[in-house]
Design a protein around this ligand. Structure first.
Ligand SMILES: *[C@@H]1O[C@H](CO)[C@@H](O)[C@H](O)[C@H]1NC(C)=O
Ligand SMILES: *[C@@H]1O[C@H](CO)[C@@H](O)[C@H](O)[C@H]1NC(C)=O
Ligand SMILES: *[C@@H]1O[C@H](CO)[C@@H](O)[C@H](O)[C@H]1NC(C)=O
Ligand SMILES: *[C@@H]1O[C@H](CO)[C@@H](O)[C@H](O)[C@H]1NC(C)=O
Ligand SMILES: *[C@@H]1O[C@H](CO)[C@@H](O)[C@H](O)[C@H]1NC(C)=O
Ligand SMILES: *[C@@H]1O[C@H](CO)[C@@H](O)[C@H](O)[C@H]1NC(C)=O
Length: 839
């Protein structure tokens, strides 16, 4: 052994030693970090513990910043670590960074990724770092973690909101890899992409197979036989569109899509609903005690026969039973409340009026249902369930009432699965088939029974299952898809079946996208970017509602007097893409909004195409926008003739829009005239009319918004949970008010300069409004002299010749029908219906 070899050996063992030291080092950093983390709060969830979040009396609100400036985010991040971070946080960051960067600790890398992506341990979000760490993590784990692969795939697909370049090929590769590893979310994403041909060529068969497999896997892995046949587990759904908290994407009269927010805290019952008015021949006056959600028991005592209290307790219990968006369900508490109803009111039944009785029966029904399902109890209690359900049924269906109790459904299930009396079960089911609260379970059970007993005269199993699917009962979706797959496949194509499986898969949101709940929870905490990321995952998976939510977090259509959001173009494009995808999934309103996003981006051709798509399906707002595009030659050659036709159609689709439509046609004719005067040079008028006329449909609230204090701040999406009395909070901040690098960043500009000073555009609009008023006055004057057929605020103006009324009406109808004809010279505007808004 020569000296060199000895030296070499020493060197090797030395290097081994250093390696070992490294390893212990790494462990120590990670170990310390772990110790530190165990003493810190990882994350706050206001939904499971509402005391953590604003025990406020103002109703629960969330805000979405309008603007997004990447530079400002970066600045904020740096400021956070120099000024605001706690000592523990700084220490944790250092330890994790050391462990991850210097010692390649997988778990530290993962933790850092989560901290920067999901704001765990109250870290501020940093997309660049989050991406770096997820990339590193996937590399370290040799691309074997299906969840993080899926996430990185989505980052590539979307460009992570402008943080990295979009790379569809890479994104697809990651998602496919994740799907190969069995990840349900990745498989669902692929299925959706194949079904709609997004990022991949459309391939219905592939989509069908993927959805089919996921559906089967869900059924076999997550549903017991009891779950499937008797009681499907209750899901506290968060598959919602955020704008629906604020009334939907479009104004109520223009909206074509129903609201998705059906678990909001109960408000007072709608006394005009048919059920209730039927009960007391329309003469119901409901009054409600001032009972906060915190103290439903406080009503014990004084007038305990008041129907108000009964109704209030019922709704309190109902909210506990189903859970609201801001508070988890608590069936134990629901049972307590309902038992209270039973104990306190059972003696009053003979003297109850119909309304009290209705709510009393509903309370017993719900109580029986809870004993039947066993939610909130150690175990179900069938005897008690039968007792309450039977009582509720008989009391409600007592003559002369024609109501049918929902309790029949549970009683049917009990007869079938506990007493084994199938004929009795069928009687129960059939009596409950037509009530509103039948979610399809009746037809589902009948269909199954009919298959077992082909001679039972129950009905055609296929038709029954079809109805059950249509009514939305979840297992029925799966079974119906199976049925058509097996037998009548010639009548349905693969896309139909894929779509039914898709609905089934999406209904299991607690498995497929549990983060929909997290998205909302983070939103309540003000972490809108975390929320955006979660909604984006679900949006990629094909959840229509999540597409709207993600899009609205990326880009809110400014309406009323707000300015366009200031946000990177990448985010605008992604928002437009998600609105468009939602539109392709049958959300008509989203088509209009997608068009608006493109319009605001100056891409009139795309806007025009989208408006055209939605107008083809009779969306009044889309028709309106089409008219506008034709009128101004945006995205299409200018065509007054077509513009007028679309304005007419707006009115045909929705009669309430008569005024707006007529006013626009009137304006159009004025413009035509001016064009003629100007030899076609219309830029002067276009500029002035532009802003106002595009908003004519909204002009009323537009004007009100100038003077309503709550509108003066930038009101965003507001969840006004506790009914009308709650105040609306507006705390949004336009990040644009802050200049990056300025010393007074964060000094809380509340946008007051906008409150006081109207922008030039507003003044133009006001002047135009003024002009309209003057014109109306003049027109009115002329009308009276010239005996034209003009209606102002529903009052006909005519030159004092009352005998002409009928003739004028006839002329009116003719004119409406022959709108395409040139006007007679003496009546240049035809019939004009003018309504002057109260200002
Ligand atoms: C990382 O976490 C996993 C799972 O919790 C654990 O099995 C593994 O030992 C951890 N690795 C290190 C280096 O701490
Ligand atoms: C991880 O990244 C390094 C550096 O880019 C590369 O050399 C290595 O092959 C990657 N590991 C895997 C498993 O791909
Ligand atoms: C990484 O994965 C590839 C296949 O994906 C495999 O061939 C390779 O051996 C793995 N490497 C390690 C270090 O596990
Ligand atoms: C549910 O309500 C019961 C009774 O009011 C209460 O004891 C329990 O703590 C509640 N559970 C949760 C999770 O809030
Ligand atoms: C159901 O209620 C009716 C009327 O109150 C009663 O006659 C009947 O015995 C009850 N049936 C059961 C199974 O409790
Ligand atoms: C099933 O219930 C009906 C009443 O609906 C009763 O007449 C019949 O005897 C019961 N059958 C059995 C097997 O219990």
């Amino acid at each position: 052994m020569n000296f060199a070899t000895i030296l070499n050996k020493i060197m090797v063992s030395l290097s081994l030693l250093t390696k070992i030291t490294y390893a212990t080092d790494s462990d120590s950093s990670w170990l310390q970090a772990q110790k530190l983390m165990s003493g810190m709060t990882k994350r706050i969830d206001p939904i499971s513990d509402s005391s953590l979040y604003l025990g406020d009396a103002y109703g629960i609100t969330f805000t979405i910043p309008i603007d997004y400036l990447p530079e400002y985010e970066k600045y904020k991040f740096n400021v956070y670590w120099t000024d605001d971070a706690s000592i523990k946080q700084k220490e944790l960051y250092d330890l994790l960074r050391d462990s991850a960067d210097n010692h390649l600790n997988v778990n530290a890398t993962y933790t850092l990724m989560r901290n920067f992506l999901y704001q765990e341990y109250d870290f501020p979000q940093n997309k660049k770092l989050a991406f770096n760490y997820i990339d590193k993590f996937n590399n370290m784990t040799n691309y074997s973690c299906s969840e993080t692969l899926f996430h990185q795939g989505v980052m590539y697909m979307t460009g992570f909101f402008g943080e990295i370049p979009i790379d569809e090929a890479k994104g697809l590769l990651f998602i496919k890899k994740s799907a190969d590893l069995g990840n349900l979310q990745a498989r669902q994403t692929l299925a959706y992409k194949y079904l709609h041909g997004i990022n991949v060529p459309r391939d219905i068969e592939k989509a069908f197979l993927l959805y089919h497999d996921i559906g089967n896997e869900l059924k076999s892995r997550y549903f017991t036989e009891y779950d499937w046949d008797v009681v499907t587990p209750y899901i506290e759904g968060y598959n919602i569109r955020l704008p629906d908290f604020d009334g939907g994407l479009l104004d109520p009269e223009l909206r074509q899509t129903g609201l998705s927010t059906n678990r909001k805290k109960s408000i007072r019952p709608d006394i005009t609903s048919s059920v209730l008015t039927k009960m007391s021949s329309g003469n119901i006056v409901l009054q409600f005690g001032d009972i906060g959600e915190s103290s439903p028991f406080a009503i014990n005592g004084e007038n305990d026969d008041s129907s108000d209290q009964l109704v209030d307790i019922f709704y309190a219990a109902w909210d506990e039973f189903r859970g609201t968006y801001t508070k988890e369900r608590n069936c134990t508490r629901a049972i307590e409340l309902l038992q209270l109803v039973y104990n306190n009111y059972q003696d009053d039944v003979p003297i109850m009026d119909n309304l009290q009785k209705f709510f009393y029966c509903n309370s017993l029904d719900l109580l029986g249902h809870l004993y039947f399902t066993g939610d909130g109890l150690p175990d179900c209690d069938i005897d008690k369930a039968i007792f309450f359900l039977n009582k509720s049924k008989h009391l409600l269906e007592e003559a002369p009432s024609t109501l049918v109790s929902r309790a029949n459904i549970d009683l049917g299930l009990i007869s079938q699965f506990y007493s084994g009396n199938v004929s009795q079960a069928i009687t129960y089911y059939q009596s409950a088939a037509h009530i509103r609260t039948n979610n399809g379970i009746v037809e589902y059970q009948l269909s199954k029974l009919s298959e077992l007993m082909p001679n039972g005269k129950i009905g055609d199993p296929f038709t029954l299952m079809k109805t059950a699917n249509w009514k939305g009962y979840n297992p029925a979706k799966f079974e119906f898809a199976k049925m058509i797959e097996k037998s009548a496949r010639n009548k349905y194509d693969s896309a139909d079946i894929a779509n039914i499986y898709k609905k089934f898969v999406e209904a299991s949101e607690n498995i497929m996208a549990p983060y929909l709940r997290d998205a909302f929870s983070h939103l309540l905490m003000g972490n809108s970017e975390v929320s955006l990321w979660y909604y984006t995952l679900a949006a990629e998976q094909g959840f229509e509602a999540a597409q709207i939510s993600a899009a609205s977090l990326l880009y809110q259509i400014p309406y009323k007097r707000e300015e366009l959001p200031i946000t990177p173009r990448e985010r605008q494009i992604l928002a437009a893409a998600y609105y468009t995808r939602a539109f392709k999934q049958d959300n008509l309103d989203a088509g209009v909004i997608a068009g608006d996003v493109y319009y605001n981006m100056g891409d009139y051709e795309k806007a025009f195409t989208l408006y055209q798509g939605a107008s083809g399906r009779q969306s009044p707002q889309a028709l309106w926008n089409m008219a506008y595009m034709y009128e101004n030659g945006l995205g299409t050659p200018k065509d007054y003739f077509l513009a007028k036709r679309f304005y007419d159609e707006v009115y045909l689709v929705n009669k309430k829009l008569l005024l707006a439509s007529k006013m626009s046609i009137w304006k159009l004719q004025l413009k035509q005239w001016i064009d003629w005067m100007n030899n076609g040079k219309d830029t002067f008028w276009r500029r002035r009319w532009h802003r106002l006329c595009f908003n004519v449909l909204r002009v009323k609230s537009y004007i009100q918004s100038w003077f309503t204090p709550t509108r003066l701040a930038h009101k965003l999406v507001v969840q006004n949970e506790g009914g009308d009395n709650d105040k609306i909070y507006t705390t949004a901040r336009r990040t644009i008010d802050h200049k990056v690098g300025d010393s007074d960043i964060g000094s809380g500009d509340d946008g007051s300069f906008e409150i006081l000073g109207f922008t030039g555009q507003d003044i133009t609009s006001m002047l135009v409004m003024l002009l309209i008023f003057i014109t109306i006055v003049v027109v009115r004057h002329m009308a009276i002299r010239g005996n034209w057929n003009i209606v102002i605020n529903g009052v006909r103006i005519n030159g004092g010749d009352n005998n002409n009324d009928n003739n004028n009406d006839n002329n009116g109808n003719q004119n409406a029908d022959n709108n395409d004809q040139p006007r007679p010279a003496q009546n240049p505007w035809g019939n004009v219906d003018i309504q002057i808004f109260a200002i």
